[in-house]
Design a protein around this ligand. Structure first.
Ligand SMILES: Cc1cc2nc3c(=O)[nH]c(=O)nc-3n(C[C@H](O)[C@H](O)[C@H](O)COP(=O)(O)OP(=O)(O)OC[C@H]3O[C@@H](n4cnc5c(N)ncnc54)[C@H](O)[C@@H]3O)c2cc1C
Length: 259
């Protein structure tokens, strides 16, 4: 386990009815630096005295070296009865936690020469892709890579960071596509999401994108059932496992998983 360091809560808001948006600064004089796609673990005591650990992907749009005292954003599902959920809800601004990391290999790989990234997430799994946006933008400019982001959610209120993804798609209409995949309630016609909406699970949307077995690389993040279903779909469409990168975790809020 990497060593522990203190982090301090600087801001908290509900980004959707079931997800908190939290900002933390590292509180020991070092920056909370990470590579987009990585996560931080928090460590906190439970009622029985044991120490719980929970992981949260860094969500800050990472376009510069993170400075000492600069906040890093996380989004956390509100899980009924969840230990970290109760902790986050009970914290006051300025309260401290123990953390470790950054950890994880779910990052963009130097040297990728694919023509398109298929970025797939359910629920809060989209945090990593938000963090990657500046790096993706740089690659779009440098080597004309295309990016399709599929976000599996239940209803419009679960479309985390949708305004930012829609704006990105507006700026890069030939290169960036944002597809919000609704398992339940589709957005109304006057909702900006409507033009980006697909009715169904993310794995049902994948075939409509005609994955290219040679030139596509897929990233899958979030609900384990979704990740497994997408791997199966992509393999059936001919994509080799070396073109598929995965991070599985259970995240309650807004995650549209197959039954
Ligand atoms: C690499 C990685 C990255 C992660 N990144 C994020 C992130 O960015 N944002 C985020 O919100 N979470 C993320 N998670 C999950 C996160 O670490 C916690 O597991 C989650 O926030 C729930 O914590 P909790 O303590 O509130 O609930 P817990 O105390 O773990 O759960 C409480 C109860 O709810 C049950 N439960 C938990 N989840 C579900 C579910 N989906 N459906 C049904 N029952 C459930 C548990 O079994 C338990 O009985 C990540 C996990 C990993 C491994």
């Amino acid at each position: 386990m990497s060593s522990l360091f203190p982090i301090r809560l600087t801001a908290r808001r509900e980004i959707s009815p079931s997800v908190l948006h939290l900002c933390f600064v590292r509180d020991d004089g070092a920056p909370l630096e990470y590579t987009p796609g990585q996560f931080i673990q928090i460590h906190f005591p439970l009622a029985d005295g044991s120490i719980a650990r929970r992981s949260y992907s860094c969500a800050t749009r990472h376009d510069h070296h993170i400075q000492v005292g600069e906040a890093v954003e996380f989004i956390a599902s509100l899980v009924p009865g969840g230990a970290a959920t109760a902790l986050f809800q009970g914290m006051d601004i300025g309260d401290r936690l123990e953390a470790s990391g950054p950890l994880g290999q779910f990052v963009l790989k130097a040297g990728d020469n694919n023509r398109r990234y298929l970025m797939v997430a359910t629920g809060t799994g989209v945090a990593s892709y938000r963090s990657m946006l500046p790096e993706l933008e740089a690659q779009m400019n440098a080597r004309s890579v295309q990016v399709t982001l599929l976000h599996g959610i239940r209803s419009p209120e679960d479309a985390l960071f949708a305004d930012e993804f829609i704006d990105f798609a507006r700026r890069y209409p030939q290169q960036f596509r944002y597809l919000a995949c609704f398992s339940r309630q589709m957005p109304e016609a006057d909702n900006a999401l409507h033009a980006h909406a697909f009715h169904g699970y993310v794995q049902n949307a994948l075939p409509t994108l005609a994955p290219d077995t040679t030139h596509d690389v897929a990233y899958l993040c979030g609900n384990p059932n979704m990740v497994d279903a997408c791997v199966e779909t992509l393999k059936n469409l001919g994509l080799a496992m070396r073109h598929i990168r995965r991070e599985k975790y259970i995240s309650q809020a807004g995650a549209a998983s197959p039954p």
